[in-house]
Design a protein around this ligand. Structure first.
Ligand SMILES: Cc1cc2nc3c(=O)[nH]c(=O)nc-3n(C[C@H](O)[C@H](O)[C@H](O)COP(=O)(O)O)c2cc1C
Length: 166
């Protein structure tokens, strides 16, 4: 699929077929995340692939937005590995994770898979489900699978509302 077709075809998929995704496809999605740029190339992201019944059921308590996906990717970053801006100490790990997630979402679309960015979750419960401590920040949850949904017509603001030439 051409790049701009991928951009146009992506949508937030909230219904998935009841099957695990093919391992080779999943690996391509993960590879798209691995190749993402990160601040100073520190690569603080850690991607958890959740497929076990035990973890999936714990995640259902942490967020109402799992959409019963059989595979859920969770993108976190290690706070000790991310770039903190020199002048004010702002942690850019979430920016890195967002880029990693975006590359994986677009790769998923190109491969015929569906995904949805999910940020509404209880972080403490996600960490508990993954068995990780506060060295990590949980950034984005991506339920992923074969889509049951079709792309809705989502309105976007006009360019002139969001772009400002100075
Ligand atoms: C940072 C971010 C967080 C989001 N969190 C959620 C969420 O918690 N639950 C959900 O159903 N959708 C979530 N979404 C999906 C948005 O609602 C969706 O992208 C938006 O409505 C535009 O629709 P589209 O993705 O189909 O173009 C999130 C999207 C982004 C970018």
């Amino acid at each position: 699929m051409e790049y701009f077709d991928v951009i146009e075809n992506r949508f937030s998929c909230r219904s998935f077929k009841n099957e695990k995704i093919d391992r080779a496809l999943l690996n391509k999605v993960l590879e798209a995340g691995r190749l993402a740029p990160t601040a100073c190339n520190y690569q603080p992201e850690r991607i958890f692939v959740c497929e076990s019944e035990e973890v999936l059921s714990k995640l259902k308590v942490a967020t109402r937005y799992t959409f019963d996906a059989k595979t859920i990717l969770i993108i976190c970053h290690l706070k000790s590995e991310s770039w903190h801006r020199g002048n004010d100490g702002v942690d850019h790990g979430k920016v890195d994770s967002s880029i990693v997630a975006t590359q994986m979402v677009l790769a998923s679309t190109a491969l015929g898979l569906g995904t949805c960015f999910v940020c509404s979750f209880k972080e403490a419960l996600v960490k508990e489900a993954l068995g990780i401590n506060d060295d990590y920040e949980v950034d984005i949850i991506l339920p992923i699978g074969y889509p049951n949904d079709i792309k809705p017509h989502n309105q976007r603001k006009d360019l002139k509302e969001i772009v400002c030439y100075k």
